[in-house]
Design a protein around this ligand. Structure first.
Ligand code: 13P
Length: 217
């Protein structure tokens, strides 16, 4: 069983890994993990590359500040997922370049904005819903996630970036990376006739690997 100290160190380590590989820049992005008695989340305006474990914010189940620096202004995105997806143990929000580029396009399918191009996006991410734009820190984005009632493990915020869940922080980070790389492939292939996985191939992945589907992590 991971202690709170282990989870704090895990946030520092994996957030730095995301930053070092360019998945987040400046103070963009925020990362959280669920606790039995609340959650840990990166502080507002912090850089994912230079977090300090002791300064990571702890909130209780009601969202009250318990310890650390003031929380990310996007905490309601994270809480909306925890409240509606019992299997979500961690949430990662990024402004990663290709997923954010995709989120600005006017002709993507809002109900399936990261289509099944390769097996791993099916296995790690599942179907992704595009949500309409609200400014960063506007709690209405959280309301939109709540309205999905846990049916999606990941969403893309229009003109903003992805919010991705996993059973634990490692799974959420893998899913965020897979989403980003698939967005890159989609943009690389945008003007090419492209073969997607068929519904039967997607079903096979879900059967064999218990892939992320609406309703699973
Ligand atoms: P915070 O610095 O408050 O976490 O906000 C960063 C961000 O990614 C806004 O969308």
């Amino acid at each position: 069983m991971m202690t709170e100290a282990d989870l704090r160190e895990g946030i520092v380590r994996l957030s730095k890994s995301l930053f070092d590989r360019g998945f987040s820049v400046g103070s963009a992005g925020n990362v959280s993990v669920r606790l039995a008695d609340g959650l840990l989340i990166t502080p507002t305006n912090s850089c994912l590359g230079f977090l300090e474990a002791a300064r990571i914010t702890k909130l209780d189940r009601e969202g009250r500040h318990v310890a650390g620096d003031p929380p990310s202004k996007e905490v309601f995105l994270h809480r909306a997922f925890y409240d509606t997806r019992p299997q979500a143990g961690a949430v990662v929000h990024l402004h990663s370049t290709y997923a954010t580029a995709l989120s600005c396009l006017t002709d993507i399918d809002p109900d399936d904005c990261i289509p099944p191009l390769t097996p791993y996006v099916v296995m790690r991410v599942g179907t992704v819903k595009l949500l309409p734009y609200f400014r960063p820190g506007d709690a209405r984005s959280g309301d939109l996630i709540r309205a999905l009632k846990g049916a999606f493990a990941a969403v893309l915020l229009a003109n903003h970036g992805p919010v991705v869940t996993g059973t634990d922080l490692g799974a959420a980070v893998y899913a965020a990376e897979e989403l980003e790389e698939t967005a890159k492939l989609l943009l690389l292939l945008r003007s090419c006739p492209t073969r997607r996985l068929t519904p039967a191939q997607v079903d096979e992945l879900r059967t064999v690997f218990g892939a992320a589907t609406p309703g699973s992590a």
